[in-house]
Ligand binder design. Sequence first.
Ligand code: GDG
Length: 734
Amino acid sequence: MGKTIIISNRLPVQLQIHKGSITAVPSVGGLATGMKSVHSGGDSLWIGWSGLTEEEIPQELESDIDKALQQHDCAKVKLSSEEVDGFYFGFSNRTIWPLFHYFLEYSEFTLDNWTTYQEVNQKFADTILEKAGAEDTIWIHDYQLMLVPQMVKKQRPNTSIGFFLHIPFPSYEIFRTLPWREEVLQGLLGSDLIGFHTYDYERHFLSSVRRLLDLEVSFNDIYLDNRVIKVDSFPMGIDYKKFSEAAKEHAKRTAAQQSELQRRLNTHKESTPDAKFLLSIDRLDYSKGIAKRLNAFEYFLNKYPQYKEKVRLIILAVPSRSNVPQYQLLKKEIDELVGRINGELATVSWTPIWYFYRSMPFENLIDLYTSCDIAWLTPIRDGMNLVAKEYVATRTDKTGVLILSEMAGSANEMNESLLINPNNFEQIADTLYEAINMPIQEQKERNEQLQKRLERYNVEKWANDFMTSLERQKHLDAANISRRLTENLITSVVSDYTKAKKRLLFLDYDGTLAGFHTDPQKASPDVALYQLLDRIKAQKNTDLYLISGRDKDTFKRWFMKKEYNMIVEHGVWISKKGGEFDLLEKVKNDWMEKIRPVLESFVDRTPGSFVEEKNYSLAWHYRNTDPDFGNKRATELTTVLTSLIANDNLSVLSGNKVLEIKNSGVNKGRAAMRVLVEDDYDFVFAMGDDWTDEFMFQELPETAITVKVGRQKTQAKYYVENTKRVRELLERFK
Ligand code: GDG
């Protein structure tokens, strides 16, 4: 069994160089603790940037640094300060971060930064390729490294690669503004499994993949060449035990054992026993809505002045990315706001806001969590927000109220908290009032539910779920690959073909012999296809049938002179060796009058869709519509039609971007079986790409060789990737 390689921008240890000696101290961040269960016991390696630029590492210390990192099963990627500027402070934090948090106006599209981002991603990929063995599993983290999966996959197609995005994935309307949007998506699609915190981020991503890359997406599977990529949501949890146990331990401390901060908090509590502490903890980031929160606090105090001197807001803003201009401006704005509000509202015995701009040791974090009556977290956008979960975990007596922004990923799982819209000051003020006055019993009931969930779905479970899903994907893929028509299998099929005394071939047209065209009438056969079919047809003891859902007039125009055998309209008509079309099935078409207006009303409401009228069926095509909208309309139309046709012996067939309404008993399978019994065939071969071909795959005998074009679920025995491969295979039938 291989090891797990974890890759993130920063390593889970912090390097400290003191008088020429190096120490690597484990960092306490959520990701580092989360991955503990995966990154342990010598079975894993963590690759990342050490936090020191090339210029900051004296050459003579380089190998000591590597050794210090090795002791923590870590390896570094070397970055120069110029690379850090372009890749991290530039593209990651001035383009992707604001864009993915819906701060479009902050997003800078600078070609140089994009170039550096690509180069640095390549450096990460190269380090992975250098360190990873063939059996290793790779888990890449976050928005700084979105191109790495593809870079690794290209060199190691069989390596299992997972990717997790810790920030939101924005809606298509936002994502499409990125000049390098296709490249970013393709980079991510090098993964076998892509994880997001919430279902919404997942669906935004799938929508962008569909619209920008025009790839086939079925539920949460993306089909790309010969691979299936799974996309799923894994809401990240916390190390619940660590927080709840730390809180229990703090509760037992004597005054002498308590921290200075705790003692001060206690003094204030004792002097004003009915006053409430509100807490907000975030990195100083515009996405966290700190300035808005301060304004909302002022709004609350003006709306409910009875709480002046009765509430205190403790704001811990952790310094972050302070060399990005927006962050400097934000810092200034917050400093000024705190100053103004305190200046205007403070009394001799009361300062409304206590503001800390620093990072605190874990100990103090627990002091704050356990001492504050209300946690008030109002990000404008947040991938998850672990602080909300940590606060709840430390409330060991189950008291305390969590007020949380709906825009945080964690809001999806924390329904028992008081959810607010961070832009609605009226609602926020009223919610603060509600929180301050919430009966203890209600607090306990809410927290009990929340704690149960957080304890169960903790960070270890999150990491294990992701890894299990990645592992499962590998097996599924292996199972799928085994059905791929490989060179060995092709050789054996060709040999059966050569040896056979009487051969029968059914070949679907659209999506099988020819690719799709925006206008179906323009998808006419090319010269090479005619030559290929001519050659097969000319072979002795070979009956070749083109079998299609197309109307007979088009096929007549394209193929009649070639004297190919044809079955059209899913098996209604048959023509042999250039003869006229005969009805293969006696079917009615009087129902069309009733159905046509329904389809036309859908055409009116779905730009890009159109109705194709055949002799015995009606088809609604939606290939040229907006993909999401088209799929939605297709579902709606299926529902409408299913109720309309209930008693008419009709069925709705869902093809490749087409819904077709036709007589129930007519299908390609039935038609193929009619032909099959006409002779004693010892080689039966069928190829097709969509649902209508599945009837053939189902009906033909077990000995038939059935081949699906594309990797979707199928009854066929084998699959090939695309029409190019179809033709390559048929070329070998000699
Ligand atoms: C990104 C996404 C997503 C904070 N201040 C101190 C301190 N912290 C710790 C907290 C918590 C972590 O930092 C912050 O995590 P968040 O989830 O709230 O936010 P981001 O840093 O923005 O993280 C976010 C996360 O990735 C995970 O996927 O949830 O949405 O933006 O663990 O406890 N720790 C210490 N001192 C502090 O002053 N020791």
